[in-house]
Structures are given as structure tokens and as C-alpha cells.
Design a protein around this ligand. Structure first.
Ligand code: ZN
Length: 418
């Protein structure tokens, strides 16, 4: 077995925690409690009880992390047998395999068997690779989900867009423009998982009929606009190939990137849109910014960065009703730009504050320049919002996740139909 990264161990601890085997610190270190949890996992999955991440154990854990296994139909197999073998539910198999006939399984065909666990982890820092696995696992479980990449980051990562719904009312949600605000990616990915599961069984959330939303709206979600930056904040330089030495210099000599918001060209993506960008550049030096760095550097021209450019292109390609840009922190909703927003922006914003418990923000000019929602309001004169979730110092601890989800779930539903 190759050496397992600290991030991967955290992922495994997070899974063991969600499965009920582990109740201690999710710290990326294997010590006695983690070993005990691995033993329990092995026992319940008919594996040799070694307490080690041996090959078979590791691949079983991977199945849970991905959320499904693929099963080849054998002679005599019934759906009921398969359900029992993998300890899952029949409805999950039917949803994941819309074309199978449960009464006439074809021997030799392989089917997707979703396991019964929730896929999107809400107890660990949400890395790019976790997101990739989640997108692939969710789209296997819920084949009606569509996803693609709207561009590549500076360091060659995909900027994923997931689309839910099939209606004419288009809206766009995005998260993690800012690297150390990755908890907004967890929020959007969890929403996709909950929404898809409830849609697949024709249920409702908070009184919202999900099938009706699906037919009325199309929601384009870009959960991680700045994947390189998120990698940098969570795992440091380990997985970064571009600008390695400069990044340390730009970070004032430190290899701790907790305060990093920019992409890995040192450009603040939310100061890189074409809305008062020139004006912003005049203010920049006043903030003490002279070039690439962890935050507030607006770049050499609007949309100079592949990430902001991809986001702008996507937005231009869709006739959208509104956009939500998720950030942390402050529990505040920003809704205006130079009073160019339509009248209804205030009403919708106030509705969001009522259902979230957040407050309406009042921005001074320097706060509201060259950001995504500023540009959206300027170019399209439609409602655009920056929602600052959670409270404290970025990166917010994952312990705030449940509260953040609770505050925002209804906004995410309502914004698609209001
Ligand atoms: Zn932000």
C-alpha cells in the first residue's frame, strides 16, 4: 500500500464517523481509536479483522466513499438478493438503473448498486478530489443529474457545473470564488445530494414540492469556482504544480495558506470582474496591495483569470433570472450595486433574510466593486446576491456546517422559483 495522505485519512475517518464507528478527532492521523474503528468496519463487512488499511479494506472503504458498486448479474440473482448482499434499498437500485426490468435481470449485465450512505461528507474539509468523487458518485446514483466542466483552472483542474431541473426559469449558484471559503462548496454539494434524493422519490423539502421545482426551474451550480485555491488552503503546496515558489513569496514566506482567497496566480477572483474594475484598481494600492497575493489583488485586466472568465462565459450563455454567489462569513446578504439592481432585488433579498435569519448588507463603494454579483447586476440588471454564510474567522471550521445548511436550504430552494 502506498503511503496514504493526511487528507485521505481524514476522509476515511469522516466516513467511519458517519457510519457510526468513530467518534473522535478527525485529524488525519491513524491512532488507536481509528484502528478500533477500522476493526469494527472490517467486522461488519466480513473482512479480516486487522485494524489496518489493507488492500481489501481500503477498496471496501472506497466503495462507500464513492457511494456505489457495480454488480454483474449472476444466474439466479434477484433484486432482493442484491439489495441484501449490499445492505441497500431497492428504490436506490431502481433509480440508478432506469432501464432495468426488475423481473427479468439479464445475466452478465452489470448494474449500479448504490450503497445506503450519504455521499457528500459534512465533517471534513472539502477538497477538490472529494468533490470529483462526489460528482461521479451522485451522477451514478441519480442518472438524471447532468454535469460538465465549464473550463480549466490555472493548474489544470476542472471547473464543474452541475445542472438540476429542467424548467425555463434559469438560475445560477456558485461557491468558493474565495479559496478559504470552501465550506460554501460543501453547502452546494450537500444541497445537490438532498435535492436529488428527494426528487427521485417525488418528495418535498420544507413544504417545497421538488418535482414541481424540477419542472419549473433549471439550476446551474458551480460549487468550486477556485479549485486550485481550495487545494492550496486545505493541503498546502502538495498537489499544486504552478507557481510553487512564488506562492510562498506572495504568502509572505509562509506555507500556511489559511488566509488565502485568490487563485494560484495570486488574483482575487471576486475583484476580477468587469464592474467598476478600473475604479477598484485605483483603490487597491490604498489597501496596500501592489501585486499578486493572498487577497484583494484584482489582476491585470477584468476576467484575466480562467476561473472568472469561465464563470462570466457561463453566465452570458444563460438567460438567467437571478444568481447567488456564496461566500463566508458574516451571515449577511449583499444585494445592490450602485443602485443599478431592479426594484425586486430588495424584496427578494428581504425574503431571503427572513428565511435564513441573516441580515441585509449595506456595502460602501469600496466593498462592492469588480465582484461577480456586481458584474451580474451591471450587465444584466437582474437580481444578484452575495451571501456570506457562517460566523467567525475563515476558513470556518466544518463544525459550522449543519448551522449553515439549516440557514440556507430554503434560500437554495426558493431562489429557483421566486
Ligand atoms: Zn468571499
Amino acid at each position: 500500500m502506498d503511503k496514504i495522505s493526511k487528507s485521505k485519512i481524514r476522509e476515511i475517518q469522516g466516513l467511519l464517523n458517519k457510519l457510526g464507528y468513530y467518534n473522535y478527532s478527525i485529524d488525519g492521523f491513524i491512532e488507536n481509536y481509528t484502528i478500533d474503528a477500522i476493526k469494527k468496519f472490517q467486522k461488519n463487512n466480513n473482512l479480516k479483522i486487522t485494524g489496518e488499511l489493507d488492500k481489501l479494506t481500503y477498496s471496501k472503504i472506497e466503495e462507500f466513499l464513492m457511494g456505489y458498486v457495480s454488480h454483474t448479474i449472476e444466474r439466479g440473482d434477484t433484486l432482493y438478493d442484491i439489495t441484501r448482499k449490499y445492505n441497500t434499498s431497492i428504490w436506490r437500485i431502481i433509480i440508478a438503473n432506469p432501464n432495468i426490468n426488475p423481473f427479468d435481470l439479464t445475466i452478465g449485465n452489470s448494474i449500479i448498486v448504490p450503497l445506503n450512505n450519504q455521499i457528500v461528507p459534512t465533517n471534513i474539509p472539502y477538497t477538490y478530489s472529494v468533490m470529483e468523487n462526489n460528482i461521479s458518485g451522485l451522477s451514478k446514483r441519480y442518472p438524471f443529474l447532468r454535469f460538465d466542466s465549464i473550463g480549466n483552472s490555472v493548474d489544470g483542474r476542472q471547473i464543474y457545473r452541475i445542472r438540476i431541473g429542467n424548467g425555463n426559469n434559469h438560475v445560477i449558484y456558485n461557491g468558493a470564488h474565495h479559496a478559504n471559503e470552501w465550506i460554501t462548496t460543501s453547502l452546494l454539494m450537500k444541497f445537490i445530494e438532498v435535492f436529488s434524493e428527494v426528487y427521485s422519490r417525488k418528495g418535498s423539502i420544507r413544504g417545497y414540492n421538488i418535482e414541481q421545482i424540477w419542472n419549473y426551474a433549471t439550476i446551474d451550480i458551480v460549487p468550486m469556482v477556485n479549485p486550485d485555491g481550495v487545494e492550496l488552503v486545505i493541503d498546502g503546496l502538495d498537489n499544486i504544480n504552478t507557481n510553487k515558489e512564488q506562492l510562498i513569496k506572495w504568502n509572505f514566506g509562509s506555507e500556511n495558506f489559511n488566509n488565502w482567497k485568490s487563485n494560484i496566480n495570486g488574483v482575487d477572483l471576486n475583484r476580477n470582474y468587469d464592474a467598476g474594475w478600473r475604479k477598484y484598481k485605483e483603490l487597491e494600492t490604498g489597501f496596500g496591495i501592489t501585486g499578486p497575493g493572498p487577497f484583494l489583488y484584482g489582476g491585470t485586466k477584468p476576467e484575466s483569470e480562467p476561473e472568472s472568465l469561465a464563470m462570466a462565459k457561463l453566465t452570458k450563455s444563460i438567460d438567467s433570472r437571478l444568481v447567488l454567489a456564496y461566500h463566508t462569513q458574516g451571515q449577511v446578504i449583499f444585494w445592490n450595486y450602485k443602485n443599478l439592481q431592479p426594484e425586486i432585488s430588495l424584496y427578494i433579498g428581504e425574503t431571503f433574510t427572513k428565511i435564513s435569519g441573516y441580515e441585509m448588507g449595506s456595502e460602501d463603494l469600496s466593498q462592492s466593486l469588480a465582484g461577480y454579483k456586481d458584474w451580474y447586476i451591471l450587465d444584466f440588471r437582474k437580481p444578484g446576491y452575495t451571501i456570506e454564510v457562517g460566523k467567525g474567522k475563515n476558513p470556518l471550521p466544518i463544525e459550522q456546517f449543519d448551522m449553515i445548511y439549516e440557514n440556507n436550504e430554503e434560500i437554495l430552494l426558493l431562489a429557483s422559483i421566486i
